[in-house]
Design a protein around this ligand. Structure first.
Ligand SMILES: Cc1cc2nc3c(=O)[nH]c(=O)nc-3n(C[C@H](O)[C@H](O)[C@H](O)COP(=O)(O)O)c2cc1C
Length: 208
């Protein structure tokens, strides 16, 4: 039995993690209330430093507000229509007076829980970190004691977003101590035409 392959093939958490994509085309349908509640429950059960739970969520569902928000949200440097077309957007804020040293991390984890919960329920999502902060603050009447961390657009996907590539584990994981970046030669040997030869050498010398 190949344990690693069995886990990869049958693990529902891994399935949802891999299935989640940043979706940038939605069909404007509203998110059913019970689904939105489930997504928010996912956030509520996120871990947080010292269990302070500094997150506050503003759920925007009114069509005209989503349109207005969409006009001040971006994909890279470009205006993007995904918030305009979303069924809802959740603005994640942190109460900086709640006494949390880790509010950024806490809110990021809560957001991740929401996107994974959404995926598991057939709802697409997209993090938005590029937005006009003062305009969002004014539009949603957000007080200064709340730091706006990010928005997440949710909706029913149109088409199917493709998966951008990920770095291989060999490039991002270090065992026990940081081993530095692989030098140019070993990068060529690992990924270029010499990779088979390189693999053989690694097996012979018992290297990862
Ligand atoms: C913190 C954060 C901020 C992001 N900001 C934006 C954004 O402003 N606009 C956007 O369209 N996508 C945004 N994204 C989505 C990324 O572009 C996306 O996650 C990345 O390209 C990988 O694609 P995937 O989510 O489909 O795996 C953001 C993602 C994260 C985690």
């Amino acid at each position: 039995m190949n344990c690693t392959n069995d886990i990869k093939e049958s693990n529902i958490v891994f399935d949802v993690i891999k299935k989640r994509r940043s979706v940038r085309r939605f069909d404007r349908r509203p998110i059913p209330k019970e689904i939105m509640e489930h997504i928010l429950e996912g956030a509520r059960w996120a871990p947080s430093g010292a269990n302070v739970q500094p997150w506050r969520f503003i759920v925007v569902e009114k069509r005209e507000m989503l349109e207005a928000l969409g006009n001040i949200c971006y994909y890279r440097i470009f205006k993007s229509r995904h918030v305009n077309e979303a069924g809802a957007a959740v603005v994640i804020c942190a109460d900086i007076e709640a006494g949390s040293a880790t509010y950024m991390l806490d809110c990021a984890i809560a957001g991740t829980n929401m996107t994974l919960m959404a995926t598991s329920l057939g709802i697409g999502s997209c993090w938005i970190g590029a937005f006009e902060e003062p305009t969002v603050r004014g539009m949603l009447k957000i007080p200064q004691k709340l730091k706006i961390i990010a928005l997440i657009a949710f909706g029913f996907e149109v088409g199917k977003a493709s998966a951008p590539p990920r770095l291989p584990l060999s490039k991002i994981v270090h065992h026990d101590t940081y081993a530095g970046e692989p030098d140019l030669l070993s990068r060529i040997v690992k990924s270029g035409p010499f990779s088979v030869f390189g693999k053989l050498l690694r097996v012979l010398f018992n290297k990862r």
